[in-house]
Design a protein around this ligand. Structure first.
Ligand SMILES: [Zn+2]
Ligand SMILES: [Zn+2]
Length: 97
């Protein structure tokens, strides 16, 4: 630093600013990616979480419409499918390997 003449000093500051700018851009891209992944994870969790209790995994299917949106315990409490409003003939427990 002590030996920099005014020209070098300006150059040094410029380079420093450039790397800060680069780091800022990388951080911005990374935080956008994190947000995107958080959003995708939330969507995936919603896809597999019971719409009734919001806790258990979806493990039941309404017949005859075939919609899946609830765990077995919540599903059996419905006389109509919450998605299509069709009369529930039967609730079947489903298993994923
Ligand atoms: Zn449930
Ligand atoms: Zn339905």
């Amino acid at each position: 630093m002590l030996f920099f003449d005014s020209e070098n000093k300006i150059k040094f500051i410029e380079e420093n600013n450039q790397s800060e700018d680069k780091a800022y851009k990388i951080a911005k891209v990374l935080s956008q990616q994190v947000d995107e992944l958080k959003h995708r994870l939330k969507c995936e969790q919603d896809r597999y979480t019971c719409a009734g209790c919001q806790e258990k995994e979806i493990n039941a299917v309404f017949l005859n419409c075939g919609h899946r949106c609830m765990c077995y315990n919540c599903a059996v409490r419905n006389s109509k499918c919450p998605i299509c409003n069709q009369e529930v003939a039967r609730v079947v427990k489903v298993f994923t390997i």
